[in-house]
Design a protein around this ligand. Structure first.
Ligand code: SRM
Ligand code: SF4
Length: 584
């Protein structure tokens, strides 16, 4: 069934209400982070002296927040944290760097440069993220500037890859219909550029750029946004970007093979805190349709409404989803229309099939080849049985096309000329890299966040645990003749939701070491949240809880009924159509 929500309003111009800018800092109510931002001189803070300070591997406390805007997180190796504490050593600090890669697209040349930086300055691996970005883990403070400069030399950057600004703009990575895909990719770049912070701090600090005294931030102002902001563009029928999990989601509308505009979704997000029902995941609300010429204005003004009405007192309630639920969707729309000076028209019909990736070889309408490789949790690393890091680097040297990251942490070797295809195939064989043809759909559809040892917020394992959990799940699925059934499993080490676990047909969210909350009932298309089924249970109990449901699914499902839809129809769990019902 097509998903549709019609807007009742007719498009008409409105004037902007000039009295609605509430960005100024209020020390009596605003959070400490707001103070750091406002006093940072547009994200400069004391980062430069912090980098020079040799007595510690860390940066100054206030700079911890500011370096995120430059695409950098300070971390420490949690596997050895206690040991170092016992030895009275400071934690082994290092930094995670995240590149901004709109649409996840990099040329082969850029890929080679990024792999070289991984070899020279980080842990020797690259991490593909759930938002189509590259991450380097384990970069020491002394190597930060060189690594950032290297990323910039490859014509990529790390600006706004994190922080209270618009992050990497995602778009559908597989260029099946290459012309439409190219257009969408261009939009993801344009939106990303349009919403970049304008401060020159990044260039001054990391690239030794000339100091500029006055900085203007016409979109963000000096306090930037109350919280992170995320944008994605989906091209139906594929929702591989998980468009409903974004603050701003755009759904490409193609009529008679022409891209005519976008349906607009607002207020998606995954993050929540265990035991705090004021926080919840939310799927974004569909508020209308905009033409191509309007999309930058829509993106800018959704950001501006959030800038002015988002919660600056309590950070955990600061995302756009809470702003919208606090204001009410109609009031939010009215404000948006007033800011942008026009209304959206009624949303157009669209339909999604699923939110997973399509693996293997695909030839586009221009005769170019694209290969989607399954990469476990996006970790590009050499292991005993698979030389993934070395193999991809060698492929990049012969291929001359592109590497595209999928929002499901996989890699697409893209735009391969027909005459190069045999060379790529030979290298895949040489380095024992399969594209997933030997894996079950359950494994291919699974996602795990980074969690231990680098993530400071992890409560349980995810990336390191998922493979063995899936092996056990596969045994269960096999027992009930479901081994070929695509069920998407999403696991995270905490409820922040980095692998979008609340959109998993089976969601596992870390509660403590070896313990997870089990969630069931999300749709296979990414437009319905799951719900808590069992709390704080270990592997044995998870499998025990799942077995009777899997058995029923095997025996009683309708033709083509997904696991997520079955557990709702079979009343194993209540459907959650609205984030506010997540805990009820
Ligand atoms: Fe995330 C924080 C990793 C996608 C929601 N996320 C973190 C940090 C930086 C931990 C921290 O703040 O110290 C993690 C670093 C771990 C590490 O060692 O690399 C981290 N998030 C990731 C990545 C790498 C997970 C992955 O396995 O790929 C993803 C990087 C995406 C990117 O390229 O930008 C990643 N994070 C997400 C997503 C998925 C998405 O955006 O589609 C979400 C849920 C969507 C959303 O934002 O609501 C997500 N991350 C969070 C949150 C909760 C935000 C909230 O609204 O409550 C945090 C914690 C925070 O911001 O305070 C967080
Ligand atoms: Fe870390 Fe939690 Fe995100 Fe996993 S979900 S990467 S544990 S913040």
């Amino acid at each position: 069934m097509p998903v549709i929500e019609k807007s009742k309003e007719k498009p008409q111009r409105k004037s902007v209400d000039k009295s609605i800018n509430q960005t100024s800092y209020d020390s009596s109510t605003h959070s400490e982070v707001e103070k750091i931002k406002v006093e940072s001189n547009y994200l400069r803070g004391t980062i430069t002296p912090s980098l020079k300070q040799q007595i510690t591997g860390a940066v100054a406390d206030d700079d911890l927040m500011l370096i995120k805007f430059h695409g950098i997180y300070q971390q420490d190796d949690r596997d050895i944290r206690n040991e170092r504490r016992k030895q009275k050593l400071e934690p082994l600090y290092s930094f995670m760097i995240r590149a901004r890669v709109p649409g996840g697209v990099a040329t082969s040349e850029q890929y080679i440069q990024m792999a070289d930086l991984a070899i020279n300055y980080s842990s020797g691996s690259l991490r593909l993220t759930t938002r189509q970005a590259y991450q380097w883990h384990g970069v020491f403070k002394r190597n930060l500037k060189t690594t950032i400069a290297g990323i910039n030399q490859s014509m990529l950057d790390t600006i706004a890859a994190c922080g209270d600004v618009n992050r990497n703009v995602m778009s559908n990575p597989l260029p099946e219909t290459s012309r439409i895909h190219t257009e969408i990719y261009e939009w993801s770049k344009k939106i990303s550029e349009h919403l970049l912070p304008k401060t020159r701090a990044y260039h001054e600090i990391w690239l030794d750029g000339k100091k500029v005294e006055s900085t203007q931030e016409p979109i963000y102002g000096e306090t930037y946004l109350p919280r992170k902001f995320k944008t994605a563009i989906a091209i139906p029928p594929y929702n591989d970007v998980d468009v409903y999990a974004n603050d701003l989601g755009l759904i490409a509308i193609v009529e008679q093979e022409q891209l005519i505009g976008f349906n607009v979704l607002v207020g998606g997000g995954m993050g929540s805190s265990h035991g705090d029902n004021s926080t919840y995941p939310r799927v974004a609300s569909l508020i209308g349709f905009c033409r191509l010429g309007q999309v930058l204005a829509v993106a800018e003004n959704v950001v501006k409404v959030q800038r002015d009405f988002g919660n600056r007192e309590v950070r955990k309630l600061a995302r756009l989803k809470y702003t919208i639920d606090r204001l009410g969707i109609d009031k939010f729309k009215n404000k948006l229309f007033a800011y942008q000076g026009f209304e959206l028209s009624a949303a157009k019909l669209f339909e999604f099939e699923h939110n997973a990736d399509r693996y293997g070889w695909m030839q586009d309408e221009n005769g170019l080849w694209h290969l989607t490789l399954y990469i476990h949790s996006g970790r590009i690393i050499d292991s005993e049985d698979k030389k993934l890091f070395s193999g991809l680097l060698e492929i990049a040297k012969v291929h001359g096309g592109e590497f595209r990251i999928s929002p499901n942490q996989n890699m697409i070797i893209s735009n391969i000329q027909p005459q190069i295809k045999p060379k790529v195939e030979a290298l895949l064989q040489k380095y024992q890299i399969s594209f997933g043809e030997t894996e079950t759909p359950a494994r291919l559809n699974s996602l795990a966040c980074v969690a231990f040892p680098t993530c400071s917020l992890a409560m349980a394992e995810a990336e390191r645990y998922l493979p063995s959990f899936i092996t056990k799940l596969e045994v269960l699925l096999d027992k009930y003749d479901l081994k070929e059934q695509p069920i998407n499993v999403r696991m995270t080490g905490c409820p922040n939701g980095c692998a979008r676990p609340f959109l998993g047909e089976i969601g596992l969210v870390g509660k403590g070491p070896g313990k997870y909350n089990l969630y069931l009932g999300a749709s296979h298309t990414g437009n319905r949240l799951n719900k808590l089924y069992r709390e704080n249970i270990n592997e044995e109990s998870i499998l025990q809880a799942l077995e009777p449901i899997i058995k029923d699914y095997s025996e009683k499902r309708k033709l083509n009924e997904s696991f997520g839809d079955f557990v709702i129809r079979y009343q194993t769990i209540k459907a959650v159509s609205n984030g506010l019902d997540f805990h009820s």
